[in-house]
Design a protein around this ligand. Structure first.
Ligand code: PEP
Length: 249
């Protein structure tokens, strides 16, 4: 696990103004961040270029929250992976549960987007996770394996993918998975990766946890053997994000 660089992403979702985003980035730029942690922030598309500009000269990376797989064309309201590449945005979040549940993205859509993003040389934060009903039916591992298998049908090189395990019942609810619950699913994803991709790629894969991560719960989660970081929603909009980046210090 020491070989896997700790990764913390901040998903701003549909929040912020030009002004509030600038203030947030200023806080991050002046904070003492763990030099061993890789940090990436994902503002709304409208704020990506401003954020990239504000972060120039810093080690913090920038990510989109979604993208469309076609390069260009009659897809009103969409932004393509090709346009992200052109604009110098190196990361994209794909398959976030809000995209899946509110905007109808299916496993195969997420797989297609992942394939297109990798073809453009983007790095991908690929989100998977079960709903509460699925957890109650003991389906958590089956669901994440189904979601990952859909992607593995279309791509074979996982070196530019970070898998975010985000149980839907924990996102934005304040109901964080226990360290044991999260580690159990992360270990299952690790086993899936070792079986499917071979042990070298499997052991190298970063699997991060998302769902109500906060300063008060991040250290115990970060100490689990298969948890290599976090995807943070609500707390990424607060100075508390710095404490989460520094969870391993
Ligand atoms: C997320 O949106 O990816 C997320 C984990 O949100 P929150 O931290 O607010 O639960």
């Amino acid at each position: 696990s020491a070989a896997r660089t700790f990764f913390v992403g901040g998903n701003y979702k549909m929040n912020g103004t030009l002004d509030s985003t600038k203030k947030l980035i200023d806080i991050l730029k002046s904070a003492q961040l763990d030099p061993k942690a890789e940090v990436v922030v994902a503002p709304p598309a409208l704020h990506l270029l401003l954020t990239k500009e504000l972060l120039s000269g810093s080690k913090i990376g920038v990510s989109a929250q979604n993208a469309y797989h076609k390069a260009s064309g009659a897809f009103t309201g969409e932004i393509s992976v090709t346009q992200l590449k052109d604009a110098g945005i190196p990361w994209v979040i794909l398959g976030h549960s809000e995209r899946r549940t509110l905007f109808g993205e299916k496993d195969d859509d997420v797989a297609e987007k992942t394939k297109a993003g990798l073809e453009q040389g983007l790095s991908v934060i690929l989100c998977v996770g079960e709903t509460l009903a699925e957890r109650e039916k003991n389906e958590s591992i089956n669901v994440v394996v189904r979601q990952l298998d859909a992607v593995a049908k279309q791509i074979s090189d996982w070196s530019k993918i970070v898998v975010a395990y985000e149980p839907v019942w924990a996102i934005g609810t304040g109901k964080v998975a226990t360290a044991e619950q999260a580690q159990e699913v992360h270990a299952a994803i690790r086993k899936w990766a070792n079986d499917k991709l071979g042990s070298q790629a499997g052991e190298a894969l970063r699997i991060i946890y998302g769902g109500s991560v906060a300063a008060k719960n991040c250290k115990e989660l970060a100490s689990q053997p298969d948890i290599s970081g976090f995807l943070v929603g609500g707390a990424s909009l607060k100075p508390e994000f710095v404490d989460i980046v520094n969870a391993r210090l």
